[in-house]
Design a protein around this ligand. Sequence first.
Ligand code: C2E
Ligand code: CA
Ligand code: CA
Length: 569
Amino acid sequence: MKKTTERNVFSKGDGDKLKIQDGIKDIFTVLSELTDNYLYISDMKTGVFLYSPQLVEIFQLPSNILKNPLPVWKEIVHPEDWEEFEKANTGIGKNGNNYHSIYFRAKAFDGEYVLMKCRGKVVFDDGGEPFIFTGIMTELGFANKRGSLSSIQTRKRLNKILDEKCLNSSLSEQFAVIEIDIDNMEQLNAMYSRKTGDFIIQEVYNILTDVLKDKGKVYKLEANCFCVVIDTVTENDIASLFSEIQNEIDSVMSQYLSTESIHVSAGCTFYTDDVSNRDTLLRSCDVALRYAKNNSKNHLTFYDNSMWEREKRKYLMNTLLEKSSKRKFPDFYLQYQPLILADSQKIHGVEALLRWNCPELGAVSPVEFIPALEQNGLIVPLGLAVFRQAIKDGKKYLAYSPDFYMSVNVSVKQITQSDFAEEISRIIEEEQFPPENIVLELTESCIVENIDEFNSTLQKLKLLGLKIAIDDFGTGYSSLGLLKNLHVDYLKLDKLFIRDIMHSLESKMFIKTVIEFAHFIGYKVLQEGVETEEEFNEIKPLGIDYIQGYLFGRPQNAEQITEKLCRAM
Ligand code: C2E
Ligand code: CA
Ligand code: CA
């Protein structure tokens, strides 16, 4: 018993002051100076802890020696991590619990939480009683076992290696370049902290080097993007390497971040005839990576030339759209496709369809240019110009048929503009067109994804007297229940349906039910894309109200519609 008292880590000095035994103090001081980590040592019998000066500094501890310091740590440890921290600390040395390893967030001197790893071990005295508890805390946001981010191989070195490889490689010795990028990094930085973000990047780098071992080197391209160069591999090798990386990231990261999974996307290219210098290798990787990111993330994509061709066309199209917009879109015009009453097969109205006769590219399909206009925002001014032109032309048609409807497509980008309804109202007034003869077509997904914004704008438009159609119904994911609450006027069934009912009785029954339900809640139903008599004969008995499709007229110029109406009189 006497022996263990002599081996106390701390002994009483003058008065009540705690004094550390000299030998232990010296060793502790030397070790503290030699490491980036934070050290602590405690006397298990008295509950007194000694902390290294760096730890005192970062967490502003009241002293480097604290007796029973849990209340001090309670102020520092993140409230969500406190329970685990307290449990781990109070259980030390009890029930054979001699080792301690926890992660927790702690508030540093600057008020920001940092992610800490704490490892500790109990030393027993000769009588088998817990004697010393000592360990290391590591601040994961800054330092780590394999050096900081700055020591990672840089782009300069990568450039040099790629140049050398391209110079010395024959095509028979294919090598691959892979770019790997952490998904949603901005979101992770915002949710945790930049320091934790740095830690995640560092950890992903460590995992990449571990998984690759001597297969290839890892280079850092940008904040959270790495590049790997690997010799003589196949697509299959790379695919299995990528899933190994994903699995490893999953298992390592789940220790630290309980709520969030860390995902990476990758783009890969091989050294080939077409991709045979540093710039094209890196550009091809970029293209493949962008493709992976745009197509669901957490994904590996192998480069192929068509991706680059598509990107180039998109860039060019964008430039040409911008150029056209500066001149108020002179190369755009409208065609109109008849909407037919199913019973009488008479013309009920037309749908305005935008056309682009691009001087440089020729006729471009709206399936291609509408998404580009939506992405760059130009659909907003152009959409209003379309609306104005459509009702200008519509006025001529009204002279032939007072019940004539003009249907105009509207993009989600337009409907979510706060002044959309006001702009529409202004144009209707300026052009003196009856609003009840206008139908705005909105796609199903546009409505579902923006239901709140949509509902308030919808109300304003309905107050103006306009009618609303849900376009491409059946391609999105709205339920019949949702339809009931929307208060629209028309459902336009996508052309997929008409193809389906020709082959399947089930589809036919389904459409019949949709039409009946729509009628029940007061909507009219139009079938798009009817191309043949057979299709028309299948859909008509199901109670369809209107038909649109090549059978009754392709999209045509304004004058052709006037002629058609004139003939019908
Ligand atoms: P949408 O609104 O579903 O327009 C109907 C599309 O089906 C048109 O394609 C039309 O030409 C085509 N179509 C009509 N009848 C048939 C048929 O019997 N068979 C087949 N296979 N197709 C038929 P288009 O003109 O290529 O337009 C494509 C899409 O571009 C439109 O689909 C619409 O979403 C969008 N779009 C066109 N003009 C505008 C516009 O002014 N504003 C907006 N936001 N989108 C527009
Ligand atoms: Ca439409
Ligand atoms: Ca449609």
